[in-house]
Write a protein that binds this ligand. Structure first.
Ligand code: SF4
Ligand code: SF4
Length: 91
């Protein structure tokens, strides 16, 4: 039985894991984009279902895994998954 609504997530490989962005949760505040010290993130050119632009990883190779985006997002719409770093190295 399936009860939870399935959310779309964008997973982008970064040097120390993967960046997971859930566009449907995003309210387009831009905090993650503004405070990313490595300027990894940019706004999308399309709206999410709520009518907001959401972050995309334009420079994933620059991500330092500082976790700032994840800590600052008020809607838990972006996080860094460090546990995949070894498993996805073959890509
Ligand atoms: S973990 Fe840090 S460097 Fe990577 S995207 Fe988030 S804020 Fe930017
Ligand atoms: S901080 Fe969260 S809600 Fe704000 S733009 Fe980034 S992902 Fe969206």
């Amino acid at each position: 039985m399936k009860t939870a609504k399935q959310e779309v997530s964008n997973r982008v490989k970064v040097p120390k894991g993967e960046l997971v962005i859930m566009p449907e949760r995003c309210k387009g505040c831009g905090i993650c984009i503004e405070f990313c010290p490595k300027k990894v993130l940019v706004f999308s050119k399309e709206y999410n279902p709520k009518g907001y632009y959401f972050p995309l990883a334009a420079n994933p190779q620059e991500c330092s895994a500082c976790n700032m985006c994840s800590l600052l997002c008020p809607d838990f719409a972006i996080y860094l998954n460090k546990s995949v770093s070894e498993k996805t190295d073959e890509q």
